[in-house]
Design a binder for this molecule. Structure first.
Ligand code: ADP
Ligand code: MG
Length: 274
């Protein structure tokens, strides 16, 4: 396994204080399974990095560690200079590190707009003083409704604003999940296969939204994605995982041409495609 490690083009040489996220030698195991084994990388602010790798490589497990759903057994996760290992998951999101899920999480019995409004922090209804101050509450609600409507317009879901989210198709739920993640204007967004199971028209829509967001230069993206064409189009760096480890890390083209990657992952896909 060791000989598989290939830093095809090291583009993560910046010192750690230039990195919005620094993952240092993290591992986790559940019973006899160790889905993440000594993973390290840093993300430069405003970059777009994709993670590829076969099923079961540990990609989602890695996201679970970074976003605080699971805690690391070893290693460190530093976000904006602060260690995250011991911080509660909700606090992590409040700090600007937000993720989406492989199976988009929407609350079916709330309306589409309400699903988005739920994501906003600091709801005055959350604490007693705010609860007793209806004016603060209604002003907050109208602001978050406005933001929700802006987000829905961005992904073309405006006409569903007041429908129950349960009526949305799988693809539309992914759009809603992305909008939910954007409601709090995160500085680092982790996207777990946002395009899987989404029809090509909606994929194009999602990609356009992501490309627009990139232009704003205010967010850093980490994307797990299977489709290489999509990865090549949108990423400025690609990390390849297999068996819980990073086996290659570099510019998209260098990854695409790397022998190590072709052997470990792409080979079967390319052969399959021909
Ligand atoms: N909470 C858990 N308990 C037990 N096994 C887990 C857990 N989370 C992940 N795994 C195992 O870790 C491996 C990697 O899974 P995953 O991270 O979902 O891979 P990927 O997202 O790359 O397809 C799989 O074998 C999976 O069954
Ligand atoms: Mg996964």
């Amino acid at each position: 396994m060791k000989k598989l490690i290939a830093r095809t083009e090291s583009i993560s040489k910046n010192s750690s204080n230039e990195h919005i996220l620094e993952v240092k030698d993290i591992s986790v195991s559940f019973g006899g399974v160790q889905p993440v084994r000594g993973v390290s990388f840093g993300l430069t602010e405003n970059s777009f990095t994709s993670i590829i790798g076969p099923n079961g490589a540990g990609k989602t497990s890695l996201f679970n560690l970074i976003s605080g759903i699971n805690k690391v057994d070893a290693g460190e996760i530093i976000f904006r200079g602060e260690a995250l290992q011991d911080i509660h998951i909700h606090k992590i999101a409040q700090k600007g590190l937000v993720r989406t899920f492989q199976g988009a999480k929407v609350i079916r019995r709330l309306t589409v707009a309400e699903n988005l409004m739920m994501a906003v922090q600091g709801n005055p209804g959350d604490n007693l003083r705010g609860f007793l101050n209806p004016r603060a509450r209604s002003s907050f609600e109208s602001k978050s409704r406005e933001e929700a409507m802006r987000r829905l317009e961005q992904v073309g879901l405006t006409k569903f604003a007041d429908e129950f989210a349960g009526i949305l198709s799988g693809g539309q739920r992914k759009l809603l999940d992305l909008s939910r993640a954007l409601m709090t204007k995160p500085s680092l967004l982790l996207l777990d296969e946002p395009f899987a199971g989404v029809n090509p028209t909606l994929v194009e829509k999602l990609l356009n939204v992501l490309e627009e967001l990139r232009k704003d230069q205010e967010m850093t993206f980490l994307l797990i994605e299977h489709d290489l064409e999509t990865v090549m189009r949108i990423s400025d760096r690609v990390i390849v995982m297999a068996e819980g480890k990073i086996i290659a890390d570099g510019l998209p083209n260098s990854i695409y041409e790397s022998e190590v990657v072709i052997d470990a992952y792409l080979g079967s896909r390319r052969r399959g495609a021909k």
